[in-house]
Design a protein around this ligand. Structure first.
Ligand SMILES: Cc1cc2nc3c(=O)[nH]c(=O)nc-3n(C[C@H](O)[C@H](O)[C@H](O)COP(=O)(O)O)c2cc1C
Length: 188
């Protein structure tokens, strides 16, 4: 009998309508191997800025929905831009919120990272900072293969935002194949 598919949740660190990272996130299912099923996480745009006083009154609904979706997944792929050499504040805020839950959804969660950025480094500084924060919440991060989409405006169609760059598609495919194996290995 064939193995059951690995269920992965994708999270995008940009809220921008024409986001390249969101465009890459939308492309992932078409680049995934047959054993990997990828669906997008619920929106985190409405999460308030973390405040222990708000937490004391109960976790906000968008935080709970996000956490439930992460818990239900075998693994998580975070696709995010880099803001000022680090993690976009909104994404970090979302991770801060879930880290205060008794059952932190990121604890022990298998995670892969991808980034699209305008420049030469492709969001690498963001990824290394994100690894640090995810290590703090005890996620299990796949170190390699890495996916950095540099000069992203050149890799996507200007009008449709379709990913057109074949080497980028190949790089993402290689990571997704590796992530399926990584998740199966860790899940036994
Ligand atoms: C607040 C802000 C800070 C940025 N800082 C960086 C940066 O440090 N490094 C980088 O490569 N690009 C930086 N950029 C450019 C982003 O890489 C570029 O706008 C990218 O397209 C954003 O991702 P998105 O298209 O998914 O929204 C920054 C953009 C914004 C809005």
């Amino acid at each position: 009998m064939a193995d059951a598919p690995v269920n992965v949740l994708s999270i995008c660190g940009s809220l921008r309508k024409n986001s390249f990272n969101a465009a890459l996130q939308r492309t992932l299912p078409s680049l995934a191997p047959p054993g990997l099923s990828i669906k997008s996480a619920p929106a985190w745009a409405d999460m308030p800025i973390y405040n222990a006083d708000i937490q004391a009154a109960g976790f906000p609904a968008p935080v709970t929905a996000w956490a439930d979706a992460i818990r239900a997944a075998d693994g998580v792929i975070i696709v995010s831009p880099e803001y000022n050499w680090t993690i976009p504040g909104g994404l970090k805020n979302a991770i801060d919120w879930t880290s205060r839950m008794k059952d932190d959804p990121f604890k022990g969660r298998l995670v892969a990272l991808q980034s699209c950025a305008g420049g030469l480094l492709g969001g690498s500084r963001m990824q290394y900072h994100l690894r640090q924060s995810l290590t703090a919440v005890e996620s299990v991060i796949m170190i390699r293969p890495e996916v950095f989409v540099t000069f992203s405006a050149k890799k996507f169609d200007e009008k449709t935002l379709e990913l057109t760059d074949q080497p980028t598609k190949d790089m993402v495919k290689v990571q997704l194949e590796a992530f399926e194996k990584f998740v199966r290995h860790h899940k036994g």
